[in-house]
Design a protein around this ligand. Structure first.
Ligand code: ARG
Length: 465
């Protein structure tokens, strides 16, 4: 294979060197962005009088044709070009002749690849943003349906206090809102044009980088050419965002797996989203949730990959940077696949309200309510906590619950207990009493729902601007 840079070399590249060096097998997926960037570059060059109008038209039409032919599968990537940039340029020269060789004026593959990866990331972040947004909408509709579905809340995976399924789901609404906002924030730093930096130090041609930025809809340009070609912070940040999304999906999945188990039986995953065992006929396995949990490791791996590639890399471009792409692509592909299936699975889950409620009656989830009852009667919380603890101990030793202890039994621990203790510790009343904003009471969840619905309408028109 003849190289773009071969003239100063005394012999052709070894096949093994080319195979090792080539990135075409993975950067081929950047072809649309590569061509889009080249068209903008050619237009800018003609605006600046560096290319004539005719040359620009020839180049742009040639590039459009190549784009079309790749889209249609008429040009295959089954060849040994060094990378997608070389590939497109060679086809252009083949198609339109010598003029094609002018396209690379005032450009290097170093700024070109930085541009392509930013264009790709920008587009993927838009898709991701929409996916997270729809997931939040699915969650909010479930929140509305389950404001009164009481379930145990846990700390240390021990039953702690009663909450509702709506309150639980609302926690994930907040996590995914933060993910969404992080994407918008990263997007600002991705949306900056590196092109025009050349190999590392710009060039002598009178180019207009702001024009190229405008043509490609970038908000600004990179202000230092060394940084422009060697900065991959935006990839680190992007994969960090992706990792956090996976972390949230993974925690959620873990709970889905547990709650679908015979031990909990809080939910049932729809058959369409469960799998069976080839050996045990009774099994229904939560494979989707498990795979999402597993794939989280893969995305974290990508984050570690890019962080390690960047560590100690001297300015400016080094070939190490070619390794930035596979981890980025894989992270996006993985998160995209997870976010495509997760909302469907979530929406079709059947909630076993009885089991959830029943679980609130075992494990003294209303012990804090006993203490809070005494606090309302004027006892300092610390003392009230101690009295409640004694009641729980009494129940445990006498095979009782706080609900079926008699008033006389209560009075052994404090004279302040009255008949209204039973009201105060009723599980439903316990939830209803936690009306503080952020809490599980229906009215508290509704207040937050209003805020979140406003958040939805405020953001629905502007994913990654
Ligand atoms: N395939 C290369 C990459 O992904 C493109 C840039 C090559 N630049 C160079 N000077 N060899 O980074």
């Amino acid at each position: 294979m003849e190289q773009l840079w071969g003239s100063g070399f005394s012999k052709p590249l070894n096949k093994s060197t080319n195979d090792f060096n080539s990135s075409l097998r993975f950067d081929k997926r950047l072809y649309k962005f590569d061509i889009q960037g080249s068209i903008a570059h050619a237009v800018m060059l003609s605006c600046q009088g560096i290319l004539t109008e005719d040359e620009k038209n020839l180049i742009c039409n040639g590039l459009e044709e190549i784009l079309h032919e790749i889209d249609e599968g008429k040009i295959s990537f089954d060849c040994d070009f060094e990378d997608i940039h070389t590939f497109v340029e060679k086809f252009l020269v083949e198609k339109i002749g010598e003029t094609g060789k002018k396209l690379h004026t005032a450009r290097s593959r170093n700024d070109q690849v930085a541009l392509d990866v930013r264009l790709y990331t920008r587009s993927e972040l838009q898709t991701l943003s929409e996916q997270i947004f729809s997931l939040i909408k699915v969650l909010l509709s479930l929140v509305k349906q389950h404001k009164e579905t009481i379930m145990p809340g846990y700390t240390h995976l021990q039953r702690a206090q009663p909450i509702t399924y709506a309150h639980y789901l609302s926690a994930y609404v907040e996590m995914f809102k933060r993910d969404y906002e992080r994407i918008q924030d990263v997007y600002k730093r991705v949306n900056i044009l590196p092109l025009g930096a050349g190999a590392l130090a710009t060039g002598p041609h009178n180019i207009d980088r702001y024009k190229t930025a405008e043509l490609l809809n970038f908000a600004d340009i990179c202000l230092n050419s060394l940084d422009a070609v060697s900065d991959r912070d935006f990839i680190v940040e992007t994969i960090s965002c992706l990792s956090l999304i996976m972390m949230h999906l993974s925690r959620f999945s873990e709970e889905i797996i547990m709650w679908a188990s015979k031990e909990f039986q809080f939910i049932k995953i729809d058959d369409g989203y469960s799998t069976g065992s080839s050996l045990m006929p009774q099994k229904k396995n939560p494979d989707i949730a498990e795979l999402i949990r597993g794939k989280t490791g893969r995305v974290y791996g990508s984050l570690m990959t890019i962080l390690t590639i960047m560590k100690s890399l001297p300015l400016a471009y080094n070939k190490d940077l070619q390794e930035d792409k596979e981890c980025l692509f894989d992270a996006f592909d993985t998160v995209n696949a997870c976010l495509s299936i997760f909302p469907e699975m979530l929406e079709t889950i059947t909630v076993n309200k009885d089991k959830m409620l029943k679980a609130c009656y075992e494990g003294f989830l209303n012990a804090t309510d006993v203490a809070d009852y005494l606090v309302k009667k004027g006892i300092p919380f610390r003392n009230a906590h101690e009295i409640s603890g004694k009641c729980v101990k009494y129940c445990t030793e006498n095979d009782k619950t706080l609900d079926n202890m008699t008033l006389d039994e209560y009075k052994q621990y404090s004279e302040l207990f009255e008949q209204d203790i039973y009201q105060a510790i009723d599980i439903k009343n316990s939830v209803a009493s936690r009306k503080v904003i952020g809490g599980p009471a229906v009215e508290a969840v509704e207040k937050v729902l209003i805020i979140n619905e406003k958040w939805i309408s405020d953001n629905s028109e502007k994913h990654c601007e």
